[in-house]
Design a binder for this molecule. Structure first.
Ligand SMILES: *[C@@H]1O[C@H](CO)[C@@H](O)[C@H](O)[C@H]1NC(C)=O
Length: 402
């Protein structure tokens, strides 16, 4: 056998060994086009939606050139959207376009559920978003008919202790085998990608590039979902780069492979873990400039069991809180007690000093973690309360970049 074939096979086997996603996931392929459109820069919501609705299953609507402006879109089951290289699909800045009927999109209230997402994938099988083009949520632009941007609205919500009604960029609900491939997502008004109650989700070669100051702009959030692969992605944003949640159903069989995170709040699990998170691997990850590195966070109002989580081949630089296992992320009360156990850190290198926190609920319910080949920078702070840590770490990390 040719040696490169042997190496390729070997890599495939290695990948299969580390993967927790039960599917065999390989690099996606862009489906062929059902039709092509050229953007004019003007509002093209109905043109795009009609073309998506009439696209044959297994094919993709090809946005082939130019800039498109659009309000909310729904991608039907089996159909894909292909945003080609150089093409920009811009989300409307008009809150009325997204309003759920309560006239609250673009305002503050106590629920924050007044806006439709920009792109909805719901009850779909085999739908995807492909291509080297860009989907721009325009979160920093002044909203139509208002005096502030979606991000300024989100800041206001924080100071006024309310919730902002701002659209997510891509919402995937109750679906199967959904793919995001090569696409660049930026400036989402809220979360970039949420996949809820979805079995089979792949984000491969996706770039998310949004300022660190843009509040609540999570990168990719699998929620109550199974068989997830997030691979070869580059994620910089204003909240969790990735956040695995389980507030509506269990999330398990998750592979986070070969990714790079820039600014953001890090590789997170939580805060909602009520239904449990298990069988997660984070393998080969670089974090540079995130506030947190590897974090599991919850509290008594939304805790549950988080177990079978392995982090390996992780390098961090300029990360304030490189490892955080925090069962008391907020002081919220309740009977949903967080339990974090079977958490493994192996081959982890942290090049700059930071604070490491292991904070369990009680001595009878400590956070349980294992360390092997963990090298951190001298001068770091190591804080443990109700924690059972086996293995050890060394304060001998050196080097200026990952
Ligand atoms: C996960 O993938 C495996 C392998 O393809 C499949 O057997 C299983 O049913 C999937 N799980 C869910 C919940 O869809």
């Amino acid at each position: 056998m040719h040696s490169s074939v042997v190496i390729t096979l070997l890599l495939a086997v290695l990948q299969a060994v580390v993967a927790k996603d039960l599917r065999t996931v390989t690099e996606p392929k862009i489906p062929s086009a059902c039709s092509s459109l050229s953007g004019t820069g003007k509002d093209e919501t109905s043109t795009i939606q009609k073309a998506l609705t009439s696209c044959a299953k297994g094919k993709a609507l090809h946005l082939a050139s130019g800039t498109f402006l659009s309000g909310p879109l729904t991608i039907p089951s089996g159909v894909s959207l292909w945003v080609d290289s150089g093409v920009v699909l811009k989300a409307s800045t008009n809150p009325n376009d997204y309003d759920e009927g309560k006239n609250t999109c673009g305002t503050l209230d106590s629920s924050g559920s007044g806006c439709k997402p920009f792109i909805t994938i719901k009850g779909a099988t085999g739908t995807g978003i492909y291509g080297k083009g860009t989907i721009d949520g325009q979160g920093g632009q002044t909203m139509t008919g208002k005096s502030e941007s979606w991000w300024e609205l989100a800041r206001d919500a924080q100071t006024k202790k309310k919730k902002q009604n701002a659209p997510r960029l891509i919402q995937i609900d109750n679906s199967k085998d959904i793919t995001l491939y090569l696409i660049t997502l930026k400036n989402s008004p809220n979360f970039h990608v949420a996949s809820k109650s979805t079995n089979g989700f792949t984000a491969w070669g996706v770039t998310i590039n949004t300022p660190g100051t843009a509040r609540n702009t999570d990168g990719i959030d699998p929620m109550g979902s199974q068989n997830i692969t997030i691979a070869h992605c580059n994620i910089a944003t204003g909240d969790d780069n990735v956040a695995i949640k389980a507030g509506n159903a269990a999330t398990k069989h998750v592979s986070i492979l070969n990714n790079k995170f820039g600014v953001g709040h890090g590789m997170s699990i939580g805060s909602e873990v009520n239904y449990g998170v298990s069988d997660v691997t984070v393998t080969t990850l670089t974090l540079d400039g995130t506030t947190n590195g590897l974090r599991i966070k919850s509290d008594k109002s939304r805790g549950g069991l988080v177990t079978g989580v392995t982090y390996s081949g992780v390098c961090m630089h300029n990360v304030k809180n490189p490892i955080v296992l925090d069962t008391q992320y907020s002081s919220a009360s309740g009977s949903h007690i967080p339990t974090f156990k079977g958490i493994t850190f192996s081959n982890v290198k942290v090049l700059t000093a930071g604070t490491f926190t292991f904070d369990g609920i009680s001595d009878s319910n400590p956070v349980e973690a294992t360390m092997s080949n963990v090298h951190i920078k001298s001068g770091s702070k190591w804080v443990t309360t109700h924690a059972k840590i086996s293995g050890k770490y060394e304060t001998d990390a050196s080097g200026n970049s990952c």
